[in-house]
Design a protein around this ligand. Structure first.
Ligand code: ADP
Ligand code: MG
Length: 209
């Protein structure tokens, strides 16, 4: 099984993946938690290239779009696909829907072309379940700011609020298009409430299987 977590910065993806992982381990599942970009060694380097706000030669929007795809294709081939083949339950922090929300809805690249590029990059590996943690991006960025001692944002977090709003709306539109795969969860609730809703979505998935 392959489960992905999506949502704006600070919506609680890392927190909720950890909580779900702990829950699944107590239920006896063999799990792998990973992320995009940065789930492989090559991917960590690509993540730096994309997110480092200090670098001199920042990637253009188009180069950024391809950097995410390079990370995703390598990560699928070397980490996710082998894990799924060994019956490991994979939990991934961001996947194709983030590409569509950020590069498509927010940066303006054509959605159908992005879909095609992603299907090539991922060999058409589609998650069984995608959790979108829906949150007002201002609240998400407030959480991120609160968590950090210094106010340092990476290159994407530092985008203007309108950009993050487009990302949020993009996720909501994607969920409308794939209601069976994508579940929207209100991430303004408490950690425990959000966790509870995620477990419900997971259990519904087991019933469907
Ligand atoms: N439901 C919640 N209510 C309040 N704070 C939260 C909630 N979920 C996460 N946080 C806090 O918000 C910050 C960002 O959460 P994180 O899981 O890192 O988000 P993401 O991985 O989506 O960027 C962390 O400090 C986390 O403890
Ligand atoms: Mg995170």
């Amino acid at each position: 099984m392959f489960i992905t977590f999506e949502g704006v910065e600070g919506s609680g993806k890392s927190t909720q993946i950890k909580l779900l992982e702990n829950h699944l381990i107590t239920k006896g599942y063999n799990t792998l938690v990973t992320r995009q970009p940065g789930g492989s060694i090559l991917g960590k380097n690509i993540r730096e290239l994309i997110l480092d706000p200090e670098q001199q030669d920042k990637p253009s929007d188009l180069a950024e779009m391809f950097l995410y795809l390079a990370d995703r294709s390598h990560h699928i081939e070397t980490i996710i696909e082998p894990a799924l083949r060994s019956n490991v339950l994979v939990l991934c922090d961001r996947y194709i829907d983030s590409h569509l929300a950020y590069q498509g809805y927010a940066r303006g690249f054509d959605l159908e072309k992005l879909q095609l590029l992603n299907s090539i990059a991922t060999k058409n590996i589609i998650p069984n379940l995608t959790i979108v943690l829906d949150l007002n991006p201002e609240e998400g960025l407030r959480r991120v700011r609160y968590e950090r001692e210094q106010e340092v944002f990476d290159r994407i977090e530092a985008e203007k609020i309108e950009f993050h709003q487009k990302v949020r709306n993009g996720f909501l539109k994607l969920a409308e298009k794939s209601p069976n795969r994508i579940k929207i969860i209100d991430a303004s609730n408490s950690l425990e409430q959000v966790h509870h809703h995620i477990i419900n979505s997971f259990e519904q998935l087991l019933v469907k299987k």
